[in-house]
Design a protein around this ligand. Structure first.
Ligand code: FMN
Length: 238
């Protein structure tokens, strides 16, 4: 099983990385897993410029394509995706938002990729006290609009800045939860079963087909939808 991991924080001694590594170790105990890892912000050190070139002219024309394309390819190759982030001011880390800002063209309204329609994703988030819900929601929203088949998540309010200072009993409980979540995620991915798409996607596509059919033929999004046969058939049926 191939999994691409997007680490939202470069802090390898941090809580998020510690929890992520425990999750990855637990996945490896379930079966054979290979990971392709990207650490933010190094893997995407620039803010999106807002030029819309990726959407209008193609993802290869993005001024940051040397960063985005290898990550895109790794995400498309994978069976599953893992996204991690600490909570910063009640939301995801800016690194993760900057990363997501580079992939608007993957939204179903533009040029979602079929490869993702059977992929599972897991979002792991840590915080001192609060904010995991909001942080996870932002990431999950993008992944769902990309058409990722199922998005799972877990958030940990640790009440400690340093992992090894967490009360041992509580830490053991967290570690058990990580193991449980990893086993579940492994099983869901190993099944290689494309589950029913999220309902909102199914309906949104009915509307999009009409909208995109009305675009000018020079539109990249329309050309893509025509090529994929999505103006005739629901993308999630094929
Ligand atoms: C800039 C910054 C903002 C933070 N904002 C919050 C916050 O809003 N709520 C909270 O409970 N913890 C907050 N924290 C604490 C972190 O979310 C928490 O310590 C997390 O586990 C850090 O992960 P890391 O060790 O991987 O960096 C913040 C930490 C930093 C550095």
């Amino acid at each position: 099983m191939e999994i691409t991991v997007i680490h939202g924080s470069p802090r390898k001694s941090g809580n998020t990385h510690t929890a992520t590594k425990l999750f990855m170790d637990a996945l490896c105990r379930c079966g054979e897993v290979t990971f392709t890892e990207f650490y933010l912000p190094e893997a995407m050190p620039h803010f999106c410029r807002g030029c819309m070139t990726c959407v209008l002219e193609g993802e290869d024309k993005c001024p940051h394509a040397t960063y985005t394309l290898p990550i895109l390819n790794a995400m498309l190759r994978a069976d599953a995706l893992i996204f991690t982030t600490p909570v910063y001011v009640m939301s995801e880390a800016g690194t993760m938002k900057t990363f997501l800002d580079h992939f608007p063209y993957l939204y179903i309204v533009h040029r979602a990729r079929k490869e993702m329609f059977s992929e599972k994703a897991f979002i792991l988030c840590t915080t001192l006290g609060a904010g995991t819900k909001t942080a996870i929601k932002t990431i999950a929203t993008s992944l769902r609009f990309w058409g990722v088949n199922r998005v799972y998540s877990t958030g940990f309010a640790l009440h400690e800045v340093h992992w090894n200072k967490i009360n041992p009993k509580r830490r053991a409980k967290i570690e058990r939860k990580i193991d449980k979540k990893a086993l579940f995620f492994y099983r869901q991915t190993a099944l290689k079963k494309r589950r029913r798409p999220y309902l909102f996607l199914y309906f949104i596509v009915l509307f999009l087909r009409r909208m995109i059919a009305g675009y000018d033929d020079t539109s990249l999004d329309k050309q893509y939808w025509v090529e994929q046969g999505w103006l005739r058939q629901n993308p999630f049926r094929s």
